[in-house]
Design a binder for this molecule. Structure first.
Ligand code: S3P
Length: 430
């Protein structure tokens, strides 16, 4: 636990910052590197707690992975080389590790037990168990197998056609990973597009995966070939800087090498619609993913409505968007985002508590929030709910607050952005 006293700054942010590698892509680079044949080198890997859980899990399954700073060397020997782990596998706080690994373990011919930290233990797992059971996996676990800890007896799967009942890239990826190990073809149908890093990476590792409209299909029992991966900067981490530069007068900040996959850039669309000053330069494609440099300057913001298909494109950015909305003229409405209630914490309740404590005019709804701006934020004692994105939102709020913001615990930030405060200090030139 680390109490953090955040001083109001009001200093503009300027210069250039480079945020760490993308969390979603880092997880997937380990998974695909570990199940393919040959040596995969991953550069700019996110050295955060969540992604390190995924590394530790594959080491426990018998894969050799060497790590030097943000470079990983994964010595893959194919799916058949994975072996039954002796000890239970620990997912920590990481929902992505949990959902994707449950998908993969479903198709491996051995027994595993898996568990997580207190936050992950409260998050629903039936969303991945339901399709995996249809494919043939046998599970047991707490509350009829809906929650961790779980026991998994994997192997001998049959391909299915599965329509996603939740807008979730984690569920889509879990079914595709199980499909990779199944007999026949597996089809996932998504009504709303979610992040497509799994599909991109499957292609990069030479898999036969097809996408037509909202239907993604994969042939089972394929062998993947190792490839090298460069992980783009995480747009979800960069969003804290986009927001900071937008609300602190006099700021102009460039964030370099940011992942700009269009399934993730909802935050930039929102900023532009709110009247933000956004410029994108040096766009290029690497490993199927677009990257570029983003410059954001301070600007007067106006309120907007955020809903529908836009939500999965910015689901992790809603806490920081709520802070932006407190500084926008008018009423911002966020809806269709009930999924926020099932993240590291109930993010609708957490955002509501933190921002109202700091003086915002905000109401929680069943599937979102309504924020009336513009309001001055004052200081106060706030809780992080052990959620990295809530803690970083509070830190950015402190930049414009009239008094100190005291955060009960900043340790969760290490999940996705261990160097966050160092980079923030750099942008503030303190
Ligand atoms: C992720 C997908 C999202 C996101 C999470 C990472 C992924 O979850 O919130 O931080 O890497 O696939 P859902 O797809 O379950 O909404």
């Amino acid at each position: 636990m680390g109490v953090k006293e955040l001083e109001p700054s009001h200093k503009p942010l300027s210069g250039v910052v480079e945020v760490p590698g993308d969390k979603s892509i880092s997880h997937r680079s380990v998974i695909f590197g570990a199940i393919s044949s040959g040596v995969t080198t991953v550069r700019n890997f996110l050295d955060g707690e969540d992604c390190l859980r995924t590394v530790a899990i594959f080491q426990a399954l018998g894969v050799t992975i060497e790590k030097t700073n943000t470079t990983l060397i994964i010595r893959g020997r194919g799916m058949d080389s994975l072996s039954e782990p002796v000890e239970p596998l620990y997912f920590g706080n990481s929902g992505t590790t949990a959902r994707l690994m449950i998908g993969l373990l479903s198709g491996l011919p051995f027994f595993t037990t898996v568990y997580g930290d207190p936050s992950l233990t409260k998050r629903p797992m039936d969303r991945v168990l339901i399709p995996a059971k249809q494919m043939g996996t046998v599970f047991d676990g707490r509350e009829n197998g809906n929650y961790l800890p779980l026991a998994i007896r994997g192997g001998r799967l049959k391909g299915i056609s599965y329509t996603l009942p939740v807008k979730s890239a984690q569920v889509k990826s879990a079914v595709l990973l199980a499909g990779l190990l199944a007999e026949g073809t597996t089809e996932v149908i998504e009504q709303t597009r979610t992040r497509d890093h799994t599909e991109n990476m499957l292609q990069a590792f030479g898999a036969d995966v097809k996408q037509h409209g909202g239907v993604i299909s994969i042939t089972g029992n394929q062998k993947l070939q190792a490839t090298d991966i460069y992980v783009p900067g995480d747009i979800s981490s960069a969003s804290f800087f986009f927001a900071a530069a937008s609300i602190v007068p006099g700021s102009e900040l460039t964030i370099k090498n940011v992942g700009l996959n269009e399934t993730r850039t909802g935050i930039l669309d929102v900023l532009q619609r709110m009247g933000g000053a956004v410029e994108i330069r040096n766009e290029q494609i690497t490993g199927g993913e677009t990257i570029g440099d983003v410059t954001i300057a301070y600007s007067k913001l106006n309120s907007i409505i955020i809903e529908g298909d836009l939500i999965p494109r910015l689901i992790d950015e809603i806490p920081i968007i709520a802070l932006l909305a407190t500084q926008a003229e008018g009423t911002t409405i966020i809806r269709d985002a009930e999924e926020l209630r099932y993240k590291e914490t109930d993010r609708i309740a957490a955002v509501m508590e933190v921002l109202s404590l700091l003086g915002a005019d905000i109401e929680a709804t069943k599937d979102g929030m309504v924020i009336h701006g513009k309001t001055t934020l004052h200081g106060g004692n706030v809780r992080s709910f052990h959620d990295h994105r809530i803690a970083m939102m509070a830190a950015i709020a402190s930049l414009i607050a009239t008094d100190h913001v005291i955060l009960d615990d900043d340790s969760s930030i290490a999940v996705s952005y261990p160097g966050f405060f160092t980079d923030l200090e750099k942008a503030l030139h303190r």
